[in-house]
Design a protein around this ligand. Structure first.
Ligand SMILES: NC(=O)c1ccc[n+]([C@@H]2O[C@H](COP(=O)([O-])OP(=O)(O)OC[C@H]3O[C@@H](n4cnc5c(N)ncnc54)[C@H](O)[C@@H]3O)[C@@H](O)[C@H]2O)c1
Ligand SMILES: [Zn+2]
Length: 375
């Protein structure tokens, strides 16, 4: 078992990474919040795949399962309202505790529900996708989408505990799993050469979801995010490094209407582009850029990006909500395991890097799922 402490200005909590911990959920919850009424907000896919284990693990505790809809289109304020109505109808008071069970969507919605129900109740995160285990469940960011854009309503609300059982990933669809692996590679590039090397050198074991390697890459990614978040809870300079690969990644997600790519796949593209940008700006050696690129592509391919315009992506970058004072900040690697934030980069350089990455992701890519297969 690995226990990683996250310290923020107002709170401190542990992230527990342990195979089989789901089967002992009650024990872990009791140790942190005691006997409380629990309200489990569960993503339907996660519930179908792992809900029986969670219920067995919760035995002995007083819990109510709330009805929740999955999918990005349901990550909306109306879902928060519906969940809150269910809680109120079931008699939830200020002392109850929300248990978020599922991927990043369940975590974001339930986290925001907990942040706002009766002006705030406790939340425990039990993430069941790789993306949520290494990223979304840690750091206290919660929220929902507006029709105008993603994550535009939200709050910082740190959980009391994050309980990660890597064995829940056994049922995660392959594509979701790979998408999460790109975020692990990201953590390696920004903070840990050792983690990056595991991803580069142990690809087979990682893809086979070998328990030991899985537990170690999750714990290491958590440690990195915990360290960054502990030093910088609210999006200051340091936390910005977690957005490595995300500037052009977000632009690509928006440009493709959030339909073609999973978030992690868009980040994979963004990291390939960031490599070319860093090389073009003279901060990253070509050999390192090549190593980064090969490692990312070894976990692919991502859907074909043929026909997407680099110019349009660069235009979108200007409108990203992470833009500060009209300047685009780019997190770029200057070596594997270390990044720095650069601002005021030439638009032409960004466009060139995006074009190169688009070209790479238009060759040797798998066709998008919804394209018909010719007989
Ligand atoms: N709060 C943050 O800091 C943060 C960070 C990154 C991403 N996010 C958010 O996370 C969301 C994406 O999260 P996601 O990628 O986990 O998607 P998701 O929550 O939609 O889960 C992906 C799919 O996997 C299914 N699933 C979940 N666990 C499963 C399991 N163990 N077995 C089988 N199926 C399972 C779900 O039903 C769903 O269909 C986005 O909305 C994004 O904005 C938030
Ligand atoms: Zn991300």
């Amino acid at each position: 078992m690995q226990r990683i402490a996250v310290k923020t200005a107002g709170s401190q909590y542990d992230v527990v990474v342990e195979r089989g911990s789901l089967d002992r959920t009650a024990e872990h919850i009791r140790a942190v919040v005691g006997e409380r009424r629990l309200f489990v907000a569960a993503d339907p896919g996660a519930w179908l795949a792992q809900g029986a284990r969670l219920e067995a693990g919760l035995r002995g505790l007083d819990y109510t399962v709330l009805k929740m809809e999955g999918g990005e289109e349901n990550k909306r304020i109306r879902q928060v309202e519906e969940l809150a109505e269910q809680m109120y109808a079931a008699g939830a008071d200020r002392k109850c505790c929300v248990v978020a069970f599922g991927g990043g969507i369940a975590g974001d919605v339930s986290g925001f529900l907990a942040a706002s129900y009766m002006r705030g109740v406790d939340v425990i995160q039990i993430p069941t996708t790789l993306l949520a285990q290494v990223d979304a469940a840690i750091g206290g960011k919660t929220g929902v989408n507006l029709a105008s854009g993603k994550n535009l309503i939200g709050a910082f609300h740190q959980p009391r505990l994050v309980l990660i059982d890597p064995s829940t990933l056994a049922t995660l669809p392959e594509r979701e799993y790979r998408a999460g692996l790109y975020e692990v590679i990201k953590s390696g590039i920004i903070w840990s050469r050792a983690l990056f090397d595991v991803m580069a050198l142990q690809r087979e074991a990682v893809l086979a979801r070998k328990p030991e390697v899985l537990e170690s890459i999750i714990a290491e990614s958590v440690r990195i995010k915990a360290e960054v978040v502990s030093k910088d809870e609210r999006e200051g300079d340091l936390r910005r490094i977690l957005n490595y690969g995300h500037t052009l990644g977000h632009a690509l997600e928006a440009e493709t209407g959030y339909k073609l790519l999973l978030h992690g796949e868009a980040v994979a593209f963004g990291m390939i582009a960031a490599g070319w940008l860093a090389e073009g700006a003279g901060v990253l050696a070509p050999d390192d850029r090549e190593t980064i690129e090969q490692t990312i592509r070894a976990y692919g391919p991502i859907p074909n990006l043929n026909g997407i315009s680099a110019g349009r992506l660069v235009e979108r970058v200007g409108g990203d909500k992470k833009t500060v004072g009209g300047k685009v900040h780019f997190v770029l690697a200057d070596r594997i395991g270390h990044v720095k934030v650069l601002s005021g980069l030439e638009t032409s350089l960004i466009e060139q890097a995006a074009a190169t990455a688009l070209k790479l992701c238009s060759e040797a890519s798998r066709p998008a799922e919804r394209q018909p297969v010719m007989p």
